[in-house]
Design a protein around this ligand. Structure first.
Ligand SMILES: *Cc1c(COP(=O)(O)O)cnc(C)c1O
Length: 399
């Protein structure tokens, strides 16, 4: 079904379900017909605290009644509060605020360029990955490893070197003898590319390589960060620290926000006049970020993500253990993917009909990135709804 006719004035850029949501509470949302859904998508890893979290609601109501926006002509005290918290949680140095994932990544790419120029490299190269997703601006779609996203928008930004994930020999071979590399840029767990985790050992080895070669290590934590895997940032499982870390999605629990966190090696690259954003770091977004992180800590949501995520992964493996059409079940914490043997976009609508919100990414991977408040009972419910749908989808019975 197409809903284009229902919104003739909105550009037709999304494949939308014929559903309009009206309100939510916790891990549930209701549509305008009163139908209830269990939310295992969280607005694509955005609604960290679920919907209508009482403490977030009252903080945002308070903030809206004071100030929504001021511009960066003035000091915004909550920028310093949120930056200090992100520095504490990451062990890094300082933060630039923007409004979205692609903006954070675009800023990171500017940092890589300027870092390269400071070393006398005229055309600095950034190593990026097959199946990566970094956004849809011209630079970030060029860094993205998906021809469908790049098609129609050439010429692409050059100066990217693309390698496969989890292959240290491949990155060494692709950069051997080069003197023009400035940075390596990866998602600790690729999200849009199909929930593909980078091995802890691989991340460590790349960190070492970046140190040896004096390259920036830039880790896109836009989707996998902010507690989703059970640590504040997914790369922390590998015991490493990046030099540049773009954040967005879950940081404001639904309020648009982005951030670039820099470590010591990158903290001074951007100087007055180098970068800016009208909306970036505005009082509403900063309050959302400060409250989101505070509520996560007080409700111990990292432990919940780890615990419920492990239960969820296990329940999926049990449910599909004899299902030959299920190729792989993977992920960490509450970032999970079930890869099928065939494209399965149709499952998204079928799941919604059955009262479950999920997404399918990379054509064949069912992705679950629920709110971090999800319970084990709700995780089990997701599996119980999904199992017959997947089984039916893979082996349709004619009756
Ligand atoms: C979603 C996403 C982006 C882009 O974020 P937008 O806010 O949509 O611009 C970039 N990187 C990763 C890893 C993402 O998942």
């Amino acid at each position: 079904m197409t809903t284009a006719a229902a919104s003739p004035h909105v550009m037709n850029t999304y494949g939308r379900l014929p559903i309009a949501l009206s309100h939510g509470e916790g891990c549930h949302v209701w549509d305008t017909n009163g139908k209830r859904y269990l939310d295992a998508l969280a607005g694509i890893a955005v609604n960290t605290l679920g919907h209508a979290h009482p403490r977030l609601v009252s903080a945002l109501q308070d903030q809206v009644s004071r100030l929504i926006h001021t511009s960066n002509y003035y000091h915004i005290p909550d920028q310093e509060r949120l930056a200090a918290k992100l520095v504490e949680l990451s062990g890094m140095s300082n933060v630039f605020f923007c409004n979205s994932g692609l903006e954070a990544n675009e800023g990171a790419l500017k940092m890589a360029r300027k870092f390269g120029h400071s070393k006398g490299i005229a055309h600095p190269k950034v190593v990026v990955y097959e199946r990566a997703f970094h956004g849809r601006s011209i630079a970030t779609l060029s860094a993205t490893g998906n021809p469908k996203i790049q098609e129609h928008f050439g010429p692409l930004v050059e100066d990217f070197i693309r390698v496969p994930i989890n292959d240290i020999d491949a990155i060494k071979a692709a950069t051997a003898g080069r003197t023009d590399v400035a940075a390596v840029f990866f998602e600790a767990i690729q999200g849009e590319g199909g929930v593909n985790p980078l091995d802890d050992g691989y991340m460590k080895a790349v960190r070492l390589l970046c140190d040896e070669q004096d390259w920036l290590l830039m880790i896109d934590e836009v989707q996998c960060g902010i507690g989703r895997t059970g640590k504040w940032f997914a790369h922390q499982w590998a015991g490493i620290q990046p030099d540049v870390m773009p954040l967005a999605k879950g940081l404001g629990s639904g309020v648009p926000i982005g951030a670039i966190v820099a470590g010591p090696k990158a903290a001074d690259i951007l100087q007055p006049g180098n970068h800016g954003s009208t909306f970036g770091g505005n009082p509403l977004a900063m309050r959302a970020g400060v409250e989101t992180l505070a509520i996560m800590a007080s409700e111990d949501l990292l432990a919940n993500a780890a615990h419920v995520g492990a239960y969820f992964l296990d329940a999926l493996k049990t449910a599909f253990k004899d299902e030959t059409g299920v190729i792989s079940i993977r992920g960490r914490g509450l970032m999970l993917g079930v890869e099928l043997s065939q494209p399965c976009g149709a499952l998204v609508g079928q799941a919604a009909e059955a009262g479950l919100l999920i997404s399918v990414t990379a054509d064949r991977v069912i992705r679950m990135v629920p709110p971090l408040i999800m319970t084990t009972a709700q995780a089990q419910e997701v599996v119980d709804i999904l199992k017959p749908l997947v089984t039916d989808f893979l082996h349709p019975t004619k009756n």
